[in-house]
Design a protein around this ligand. Structure first.
Ligand code: ATP
Ligand code: MG
Length: 383
């Protein structure tokens, strides 16, 4: 009998011929997540097992596994041979001494001599006999003893199912560049794309010295929290100070935000090109603020040819906050440091900017020169 953590995977089994590829990426991601902890990761028809770990590391292992996309559920339990005596021995460890319980068998090996019902009955009867304070409740037991009979004369015995992060293994759905501010929304947007298997890289715009070092540190912290789910990546920072000053000096005040956002998208597309990212990702949500109207989004889309993914477009702020709290980014996002968008914020930003007006104002600027200049300020931080 061997102590193991059993990992069941999520959508990967749907991928037909690509299954081998998905499983390889998944196991690499599992290995990466367990870096620095002594363990052995094993494949077992439709399952992964973490074995050879120290008891005191078990909780940390589970916590890391819980953040790996592609994990459907995981359980702490035992691997034994499928002989009745061995199964019973493991079941005794899993089963409490008192309360109500139920044995629940899954028979992956259809050639096993006993049916699931027979196994439930036999193991259940034995546990009852040995523990007088225990009773069976097949409808709402307070404890389960799960038996999973596998091929090759093996069985898994465990007492709980923990829900995993689900989704698809990061790296199986291309690469995206997340425009990350210090706010609540963009980290959640990055999480959602990573959950669909996208490798996420980060880009942040700052307006130093109008914004301070703490604002940048906050974004680094957010990217670090995200990287616990998304794996390691790089954060690039770009200064848009001069661009904001030029817009402020030259163009109609109500277009400040619209024009800045077009610059951000242009710069982001260039950065994406350099690192091989196939799309931009933002935390925009329809109608949330003046620049997030369909007209605003259209005006920023117009300056790039890469697709812009906005996974939060149909979410209410409340829904986004619930997710940010669950992911663990909320506390950091609400720290009070200024984002570059709030510098030079006009009193009445245009809600439905006309493209002809935008173009007219933009012609007053040396767009290409400003973009080139901003790109010279790129700093790279490994997360
Ligand atoms: P967030 O909570 O993500 O800051 P928000 O509700 O404050 O979003 P905006 O400030 O209008 O909305 O930003 C919309 C999106 O534009 C953000 O979700 C982010 O993807 C991108 N963005 C905004 N500011 C920056 C910045 N300083 N650096 C990088 N991306 C930014
Ligand atoms: Mg913001």
């Amino acid at each position: 009998m061997e102590k193991v953590i059993i990992i069941r995977y999520a959508e990967i089994h749907l991928k037909g011929k690509n299954r081998g590829y998905f499983e390889r990426v998944f196991s690499v991601n599992l290995e990466k997540s367990l870096k620095g902890i002594r363990h052995e990761l094993r494949r077992m028809s439709g399952r992964y097992l973490v074995a050879s770990f120290c008891d005191e590391d078990a909780e940390e292992i589970e916590s890391r596994i819980s953040r790996v996309f592609g994990v459907h559920s995981y359980s702490r339990g035992y691997l034994t041979d499928s002989g009745m005596e061995s199964i019973l021995q493991a079941a005794r460890r899993v089963c409490p001494k008192e309360g109500t319980f139920k044995v629940d068998t899954h028979r992956g090996d259809k050639k096993y001599p006993l049916t699931s019902m027979q196994l439930n009955a036999e193991v259940g009867a034995k546990l009852l006999e040995e523990n007088p304070a225990l009773t069976v409740d097949v409808h709402a037991p307070s404890h389960y003893v799960y038996l999973d009979i596998r091929d090759g004369g093996k069985a898994l015995v465990f007492g709980t199912f923990e829900e995993g992060a689900n989704g698809m293994p990061v790296g199986t759905s291309g690469k995206g560049l997340l425009l990350i501010s210090g706010g609540i929304d963009s980290p959640v947007a990055g999480y959602m794309m990573a959950k669909r298997g996208m490798h996420v890289e980060y880009l942040h715009f700052h307006s130093y010295p109008y914004t301070n070092e703490q604002a940048k540190d906050k974004v680094i912290s957010l990217a670090r929290i995200l990287s616990r789910y998304t794996g390691s990546a790089e954060l690039r920072t770009v200064s848009v100070t001069h661009i904001q000053e030029e817009i402020h000096k030259t163009c109609a005040a109500e277009l400040n935000v619209t024009l800045l956002r077009r610059f951000m998208f242009r710069i982001a597309e260039r950065v994406a090109g350099r690192i091989g990212a196939q799309c931009l990702i933002t935390g925009e949500s329809l109608g949330q603020v003046a620049s997030q109207t369909i007209e605003g989004m259209t005006s920023s889309n117009a300056v790039v040819s890469l697709p812009v993914l906005r996974p939060l477009v149909g979410f209410d702020k409340e829904e986004i906050i619930v997710r940010a709290k669950k992911i663990g980014t909320f506390e950091t996002s609400v720290l009070p440091y200024e984002d570059c968008c709030t510098v030079f914020l006009p009193e009445f930003p245009a809600i439905k900017p006309k493209l002809s007006f935008i173009m007219e104002e933009e012609r007053k600027l040396d767009v290409e020169g400003l973009v080139e200049e901003a790109l010279k300020s790129v700093e790279r931080i490994v997360i």
